[in-house]
Write a protein that binds this ligand. Structure first.
Ligand code: FE2
Length: 410
């Protein structure tokens, strides 16, 4: 395949991209080749595919089952999911997960990390998602996190279920320390997460401090342990919304540890805007972690959808541009350079969190995975929330969006 007249991020002019055997062979202003499979993108921006670093594919499309979440709190969501998960079957999980992955593909996503609830004695969702992972392998990279929704030490057999799910084939060990019964349980649960990750050579992705409680400080425990064990690059803290409520002196001290530890942070802008501040009167906290401060302090931070129509978040489309839109508003990231940089939050930074370095990026010698967006540059992409026109996976067309201009009657 020869991609003609592409614009590339942070590069001037037009570029030609020659793809051979599913790899980027040559990327240059002029390419001489006789390939007849030509895609002229007419000056549109070519990017590496979007990364979705945090979603719950086992829960998608269950909003309203058995009831809608009326309070909008994380805790009512957990209670509703507890009821819904009694009805899970492998087919139910697989069909909903497939539906979400299909829609994510239409939005240019090719790399996904999904949490899967393992506080279920039958581990039905994990069994289903391991099958989905195999089935979609040629379409998207799908990483699975063994996620103990109801706790590791606060749920009967939580620890053995977590380890069993990892043995079955999960890529990451999860945790939820702020939801454990006590602070001591939370700290102890994180020690267990590291033990299992080391024993089975897995990555770590913990739901960490997803609560509007300035006293919830498990992130420092996670980061300190990752630092001590040299596992920071393979460790992610998801949500970290309590950081929004930390006093500035403590946050300043924490940033040093986060930077030293090299752990990754995932923020979920739409989800946490919706869920947080629910116990506040006025003024209401926004409840998003400090994305801008983390970026300015050299911490790798990326953003994620988290939910599509589940007990925690009743809408959602799987489109990463919605997350950028919310994030740049809520985190005050609309300086011109900040807006341009915000594209990293759904591309490079997510790839780093997922440890994709060797196979991510529009660079010669890497797998030819890329998207073409309906914009000339990053600013227009973000301003217009421009759609993805093409998604190409290892040199083969994965998605093509029919392009229709609106008709005006002026
Ligand atoms: Fe989550």
């Amino acid at each position: 395949m020869l991609v003609k007249n592409a614009r590339l991020r942070k590069q001037e002019g037009f570029w030609q991209i020659h793809i051979q055997n599913g790899m980027f062979q040559q990327i240059a202003p002029t390419v001489v080749c006789e390939d007849t499979d030509v895609l002229d993108v007419d000056g549109k921006l070519v990017l590496p595919p979007f990364v979705e670093p945090h979603i719950h594919l086992d829960c998608v499309y269950t909003a309203g089952e058995p009831r809608w979440n009326q309070s909008g709190t994380l805790f009512e969501g957990i209670a509703l999911w507890e009821e819904r998960k009694q009805q899970l079957t492998k087919e139910d999980v697989k069909s909903r997960a497939w539906k979400a992955i299909r829609t994510q593909i239409t939005h240019g996503v090719q790399f996904i990390r999904s949490h899967v609830d393992v506080t279920d004695p039958s581990l039905t969702a994990m069994r289903a998602m391991l099958e989905v992972k195999e089935e979609v392998a040629n379409l998207v990279d799908l990483q699975l996190v063994a996620f103990p929704q109801d706790g590791i030490l606060s749920f009967p057999n939580g620890l053995s279920l977590l380890e069993e799910a990892v043995k079955m084939g999960a890529d990451c060990v999860g945790g939820i320390p702020h939801y454990e019964f006590t602070r001591d349980y939370g700290v102890e649960s994180l020690k267990k997460v590291f033990e299992i990750a080391q024993k089975y050579d897995k990555m770590i992705d913990v739901h960490c401090d997803e609560i509007d409680d300035g006293q919830s400080r498990f992130l420092e425990v996670l980061a300190a342990e990752a630092y001590r064990l040299g596992m920071g690059a393979r460790t992610t803290a998801s949500h970290a919304v309590a950081m929004h409520s930390y006093n500035n002196a403590y946050a300043h001290k924490l940033f040093r540890l986060l930077r030293l530890s090299k752990i990754n942070i995932v923020s979920c802008p739409t989800e946490n805007t919706h869920l947080q501040g629910r116990f506040d009167t006025f003024p209401k906290r926004r409840g998003i972690t400090r994305v801008k401060d983390l970026m300015n302090n050299g911490v790798n931070v990326c953003i994620a959808q988290d939910s599509i129509m589940d007990p925690w978040y009743p809408i959602g489309t799987g489109n990463p541009m919605r997350e950028i839109e919310m994030c740049i508003h809520m985190c005050h990231l609309m300086g011109y350079e900040e807006m341009l940089q915000s594209l990293d939050l759904v591309t490079e930074n997510g790839a780093k969190a997922l440890n994709l370095a060797d196979r991510y990026g529009v660079e010669e010698g890497k797998p030819a995975n890329f998207i073409v967006v309906d914009a000339d540059n990053a600013y227009e992409l973000i301003r217009d929330m421009a759609p993805v026109l093409y998604s190409v996976r290892q040199g083969k067309m994965l998605m093509k969006r029919p392009h229709a201009e609106p008709e005006l009657f002026l």
